[in-house]
Design a protein around this ligand. Structure first.
Ligand SMILES: Cc1cc2nc3c(=O)[nH]c(=O)nc-3n(C[C@H](O)[C@H](O)[C@H](O)COP(=O)(O)O)c2cc1C
Length: 150
């Protein structure tokens, strides 16, 4: 990674924009840590976007105890890229019980990614506070730092 910037893609979806708000703060944190980040909504993301990235960050809110289908689609597409050993991280907004594990588990167990622990879930009410936003930026920094250390 010497002389070259760490590259990452952040793919997310949202209905009420809470997960989008998280994505924006996480992006800021990653950039503060010196990473180059491309942010895309799941339906706009393509498998080619995964070429040469050091990290893939996925964000999805919980609806009906499930992920949004757009994220499930992209996660399934991810099998076409060789992601072994690359950094992975997941986040999302929720109301009472998040299902981030549904993104985390295949990234770790099937794609062999090095996951950032713990994942970041935020209740909608926590996001309007500066503290909540700060935690998202910290999470972004942690991802950026993990890429640099590799
Ligand atoms: C129709 C509907 C179903 C929901 N189902 C769940 C659920 O199963 N579990 C949960 O923790 N939150 C649930 N929520 C709450 C959302 O996850 C929460 O509002 C979240 O902030 C939405 O994120 P978004 O703004 O990125 O779409 C639901 C919300 C709605 C409107």
């Amino acid at each position: 990674m010497i002389g070259e910037m760490a590259k990452a893609i952040l793919v997310y979806d949202t209905v009420y924009n809470n997960t989008e708000l998280m994505a924006k703060e996480i992006e800021k944190g990653m950039k503060e840590a010196g990473a180059e980040v491309v942010v895309k909504k799941a339906l706009d993301a393509k498998i080619e976007d995964l070429k040469e990235v050091d990290a893939v960050v996925l964000g999805c809110p919980t609806y009906y105890d499930d992920l949004l289908s757009s994220i499930k689609w992209f996660l399934t597409e991810m099998r076409k890229a060789d992601l072994k050993g690359r950094v992975g991280a997941v986040f999302g907004s929720y109301g009472w019980k998040a299902v981030l594990e549904q993104m985390y588990a295949p990234m770790k167990n099937i794609f062999g990614m090095e996951m950032v622990d713990p994942s970041l879930k935020k209740k909608m009410t926590e996001l309007i506070t500066e503290e909540g936003k700060g935690e998202c930026r910290e999470f972004g920094k942690k991802i950026g730092d993990k890429i640099k250390k590799k």
